[in-house]
Structures are given as C-alpha cells and as structure tokens.
Design a protein around this ligand. Structure first.
Ligand code: ATP
Ligand code: MG
Length: 659
C-alpha cells in the first residue's frame, strides 16, 4: 500500500507530506504542505526539496540526502539535538521536525517526508527551560537564606550547576586576599589542582578578557588557556563575580561537546554569579560591621578607663610638683619625685594613645601642608632609624593641605614608620609617599565621598598573617616580645584617622610586606587664624575661678594657682560657676574642665559666660574629647590645656590670657 494509492489518506493526515523522487524533486505534496511552505495549489510539485530550506543549509542537505538515499530506512531526519529549519515561499524560516521513509511504487523508489512545524512546541520547551533556570536561582536564594552559611552554598554550587546544565565541569574560583593563591571549587570531570594552577598563573589575563557586566561564551584563546591545564573542553561560558567595582572571582561552566551555548544558559550563569557575589558581599559587610562594632566597644571601654586614669595622673603629678617645692633643699627627695614624675609622663603618653584609639583625644585640627611636615619629620625619623634603614619620602609641593591635628599626625607617622622598621630584618627601605585621591560615593565603606590626602608607608618586611592583620589595630595586641611593643601604635593611628574623618587601611601579604595607608580629609578652609587674647586685666593677685567636678583635680589646680599668687574661687559644676562669677565681678579668668557633671559642659559654660560676662577670659582643660564629632569652638579663649598638665603649662596659658 502506498500513499499514491490512497490519495484521500494523503490529504487528511495532520502533517505536511511531501513525496520526493530519486532526484530530490517533489512529485506530490498535500494541502498541509502547500499551506505550511506558503505555496499555492500544486505550487510545490516539480521543486527540489532543497528549495524548502534556507540557502546556507542546501549544500549540506544535498550530501545528507544522497547518503540517505543510498541506504534508506524509516527514521527522523537530522541528529537528535539538531534543530532543522524550513523556509517558506516568502523567505520566513521556522523550526521543523521531519520523518523520512522510503516507499516502493510502480515507478520505482520514492521517499516520503512528513514535516511538522514545531515553532509552538519549541517556544513551550524554551519557556520550560527558562522556568527551570528561574527556579534554580530561587532555590539558591532560599538556600542562602536558610543555611546562613555561604560556605556551604559555595561548596555545593558547582555540583548543582552541573546537574542543572548537564555540563561537564563547573569551577567557582576566588583569588585569595594575598592575590596569589586561588580558591577553586570544582565539580565534574575536571582536574581541580591543574585548573587551580592555571587560574592562579593566568588570573589577570583571564580576568581582563571577560566583560565586566555579563556572562560570555569562552573564545578559542580562553579555551586554549584551560587546555594548558590538560583539559580539552570544546566550549564554555564564564562570568566575573563582582563586589562593587572589583572582580572577586570567576564562575565558569565547561563542556566537552560542541553544542552551542544558548542565550538562556548565559542568562542563568549571570544570575547565579550576581547572587553568589551578593551573598559574599553580605558576609563581608557583616564581618566588617562586627569588627567595627568590636573596636567601638573596646574604644568605649578604654576611653572610659583612660579618662578616669587621666584625672588620677593629674592629681598625682600635681601633688608631686607641689611636693617638689616643699622638698627643694632635699636632693634625695627631689630625685625620688623626679622619678615619679617621669613615670607619670609615661602613664600620660599611654592614656593619650588609649584616648586616641577611643577617638576621644582632644584634637586641634588645622590646615596642614604635608610637604613641610613630612620632610621635617623625615629628618628626625631617619636619625631614629639609623643608617641601616633608608627612608624615602615622595610628596609633591602642589598637594592641597590636609585638615588634621599636626602633632597627632606626627605621632601617628612615627608609630607606622617604627612598625615598618620592626618588620624589616635589621635593614631595608621604607617608603613614605603622600598623594591625593577623590573617593566616589559608596566606593569605600568607611569613608564619605570627597577629596582626601593619602599617606602611604610601605615596607617589604615580614608582613602579617591573616589573623594578625585582623587584630592589628586592637589596643594591646602585639606580636612583639615583652617590653618591645605595647600594642598601642596602630590603635592610636586607627582612632586618630577616624576621629579626623579619615580612614586607616592596611594592605599586607605575609612574608612580603605591608602598606599602611592613612586617608585624611583635604582642608576646605584657609589656615586658622590665632585670635589675640580678648581680655587683659592689669595688676597682681588676680582672681581665678576654678571649675572642676573632681575634688582631687580641683585641689591641685587651686594649689598651683595659689602658690603662684592668684586668688582662687572654686565651683564644682557650670551652674555654680555662673553664680559665683556673677557674685564676684573681680574674677579675671575662669579655668574650667570640659567634662563637668550636670547638664552643661565646659564649652557650654564658656559660651554662656561670653554672652553674660563678655569681659571674662576662659581657659578650658580636658584630657578627653567627649564629643568627637563636634569640633569645639575655642576661638574665644584661644587655648585648650591638655590633661595632665604641668604647673608651668597652666601658668603660661593663664598669663597668655590675662597677663
Ligand atoms: N609594617 C608591619 N609589618 C608587619 N607587621 C606589622 C606591621 N605593623 C604592625 N604590625 C603588626 O601589628 C601589631 C600591632 O602593631 P602596633 O603598632 O599596634 O603595636 P606594636 O608595634 O606591637 O607595639 P607599639 O607600637 O605599641 O610599640 C604588631 O605587633 C605587628 O605584629
Ligand atoms: Mg607599633
């Protein structure tokens, strides 16, 4: 039985049927075929079958047809995963499935082709694939939320992707923080170690060859790179994982067969990469936050202790200085007192570092030209370092000034340079370079957008291990032996840069060296003018009102002043001080602590006095900047005396105001 014998059947089947002779000419077509290919009644008869396909497929088809006709059997046309394309009379193309069968007729052997338009089912299939990919991403997101452990997700992701994409290998690679090692998670037929090696040696090349914002199909050059690792992959796709502007890793899918990688797969890879990058960024931010919170908590603790300790030191040092007068004729006693005063000075330097870490050091920021400062300091530092170390300074004259406390900046630089020296093996080079940088919004987590001066100190010394780097700025953290380091150097630098609205950044590679960068805001105002003293009262035995809530500290100040011939009045808070000052118009100066009990602090007292008793001079003292974000307006009194103060410092400051 042949189709020719059953013309009715030929016309009622739902598929398009074509009967072709041994030359490939169409000798009969049903109505469905004419409609499908857009040819009118009997329009197909006499055409070559190759006329029903795109021009670029015709030659290949001819070869296949001759092959088929030499050993014909019933079978679908093309390979299982091959998409066949038909072409209508108007040139429009569409996907088709074709079944072939040889038919013996009275006129010889013919061939029947049953053609089905699969546009619709292909669309459905693609939609299904896409839905499955979307579900995959959703599953990944859910896992990230549920597990809370990104490590687990990162570990299982390559295997999951292999299953989803039927790929041969998937690699998720991250360079370690030292920029040399690569952490690769692989699954499938892939030699992880060899790939790891090739990725670490060619990381920069590979990273630079990938587009920044999308997944891409690997080209021959990129595949060749991987082939060096002994892997013969025929095709692959990859994308960068990004954290803000920086690439942090690569996700790569590889396959040994030549099937082209579909757009949907690229889309999936990109989606996965974005998700993984977001998860990792979240973890990093959480870690940074926890670290910053720990440092803040430590800062509050040490700041509180240092403040109390400073008051104790003020009392001890004051008492010792008064005793020194009493025992003037006794050399033995004076030696003891001098020794004790020396220890007080060391204690004061310790508390000053702790206060700096806690961001409570009273700072006097001003517009500072770095060129002069670093060159002057450099000469001094070179002397401390000795001849076996060389300190190179790079700083342009044309840099804008920084807004910073110059004394504290010098202390910070000394700390960092001495650390660099300690990291070098007895000799070596230290580079101190000063530059400028514009920081864009969101570019650096700890820094507001703006214009900064950046001071970098680099050594090629021992560097820090990851755990040392994590703890380096903590107060009292040191890897140096007893007596060699107190662990307060970087703590001071950290607190000082942050209190100055800048940032400390440490780049270090174990065994290779360290660069410590200090970001400091560029000064927007001109160098500050020192105001002349507002008020001068002539005559001896002037009256000074001492305002201090700690009775021990107050007693010391009063004793210093009385011994110098001043008349003193005392108040323990701002309210009492205002009342006493009004009752005693002879008062020439108010000497007040900044930190006072009660609602009003020293700054508030100073401005109230300035309004209500404008003729009165005010000198403030503090061991501790309690409101680090409010820069105190000291213009009206010109001076802030740092605790613990020496008697001479106090008297000089007073004489400058009311000489
Ligand atoms: N340039 C550097 N190279 C290698 N390690 C460093 C460097 N700078 C700091 N460190 C490490 O950080 C630790 C803390 O440094 P920090 O300056 O706070 O304290 P310290 O130098 O140990 O003591 P201190 O500065 O109080 O005398 C050091 O003990 C050291 O392990
Ligand atoms: Mg140090």
């Amino acid at each position: 039985m042949t189709a020719l014998m059953l013309p009715q059947l030929f016309d009622i089947v739902p598929d398009a049927l074509l009967l072709v002779d041994a030359e490939g000419r169409i000798i009969r077509a049903n109505g469905n075929a004419e409609r499908l290919f857009g040819h009118g009644n009997d329009g197909l008869v006499g055409l070559s079958v190759e006329a029903l396909m795109p021009a670029d497929a015709r030659e290949r088809h001819l070869q296949h047809r001759l092959g088929y006709m030499s050993s014909p059997r019933v079978r679908p046309m093309g390979q299982s995963d091959q998409v066949l394309v038909g072409q209508k009379a108007d040139g429009q193309q569409f996907p088709v499935e074709i079944a072939l069968s040889p038919i013996e007729t009275a006129h010889g052997r013919h061939y029947l082709a049953s053609v089905r338009d699969i546009s619709e089912s292909q669309r459905v299939r693609q939609a299904l694939v896409r839905a499955s990919y979307d579900a995959f991403i959703a599953r990944l997101g859910q896992m990230a939320l549920d597990a809370g452990s990104e490590q687990q997700l990162v570990r299982s992701l390559p295997g999951m992707l292999i299953d989803e994409l039927q790929a041969d290998a998937v690699a998720l690679a991250f360079p370690e923080s030292d920029g040399h090692a690569i952490d690769v998670r692989v699954a499938g037929q892939i030699n992880g170690e060899a790939l790891c090696h090739i990725l670490s040696s060619r990381w920069a090349l590979l990273e630079a060859s990938l587009p920044v914002d999308r997944a891409t199909i690997l080209d021959d050059r990129q595949l060749e790179l991987l082939a060096e690792a002994g892997e013969g992959f025929a095709c692959g796709a990859a994308t960068l994982l990004r954290d803000r502007d920086h690439p942090t890793g690569i996700l790569m899918v590889l396959s040994t067969d030549t099937r082209p990688i579909q757009h949907d797969i690229l889309h999936l890879i990109q989606g996965v990469a974005v998700l993984v990058a977001a998860i990792m960024q979240r973890r990093r931010t959480a870690e940074q936050l926890a670290h910053a919170q720990r440092l803040d908590a430590l800062g509050q603790l040490t700041g509180g202790i240092a403040h109390d300790f400073n008051n104790l030191l003020t009392i001890i040092s004051g008492s010792l200085q008064l005793l020194d007068d009493e025992y003037a004729p006794h050399q033995g006693a004076r030696d003891l007192i001098a020794g004790a005063l020396h220890s007080v000075a060391r204690g004061a330097s310790l508390t000053s570092k702790l206060l700096a870490f806690a961001r409570r050091q009273p700072l006097a920021p001003q517009s500072v030209k770095l060129h002069q400062l670093v060159h002057d300091l450099g000469t001094m530092l070179q002397r401390i370092l000795g001849e076996s170390f060389s300190l190179t300074i790079e700083c342009h004259r044309g840099l804008p000034p920084a807004h910073v406390d110059p004394c504290q900046l010098e202390t910070a630089l000394v700390n960092v340079v001495l650390n660099a020296r300690d990291a070098l093996p007895g000799n070596g080079e230290i580079l101190l370079s000063v530059g400028e940088q514009w920081v864009r919004p969101q570019e650096m987590e700890e820094l507001q957008a703006g214009h900064y001066i950046v001071i970098r100190i680099t050594d090629r010394g021992m560097g820090m291990s990851a755990s040392t780097a994590r703890r380096a700025v903590e107060p009292f953290f040191t890897t140096k032996s007893m007596g060699q380091g107190s662990g307060l150097g970087l703590s001071m630098v950290y607190g000082f840069t942050r209190q100055s609205r800048g940032m400390l950044h440490i780049d270090t590679v174990h065994g290779r060296g360290t660069t410590v960068s200090m970001y400091l805001p560029v000064a927007t105002s001109l160098p500050e003018r020192v105001l002349p003293p507002r008020h001068r009262v002539e005559g001896a035995r002037q009256t000074i009102l001492v305002v201090e809530d700690d009775p021990g500290v107050r007693r010391i100040a009063v004793s210093f002043l009385q011994a110098a011939g001043y008349v003193t009045l005392e108040a323990c808070d701002a309210v009492e001080a205002l009342a006493i000052a009004k009752m005693h118009p002879e008062t020439a100066l108010v000497f007040s602590d900044v930190m006072l009990g009660g609602a009003m602090n020293g700054h508030a007292l100073a401005s109230t006095l300035r309004e209500q008793l404008p003729g009165l001079a005010v000198l403030l003292t503090t061991g501790h900047d309690d409101a680090p974000d409010v820069s105190p307006d000291l213009g009206h009194c010109g001076t802030l005396l740092r605790k613990p103060y020496r008697r001479e410092d106090l008297l000089v400051a007073i004489q400058q105001l009311i000489a």
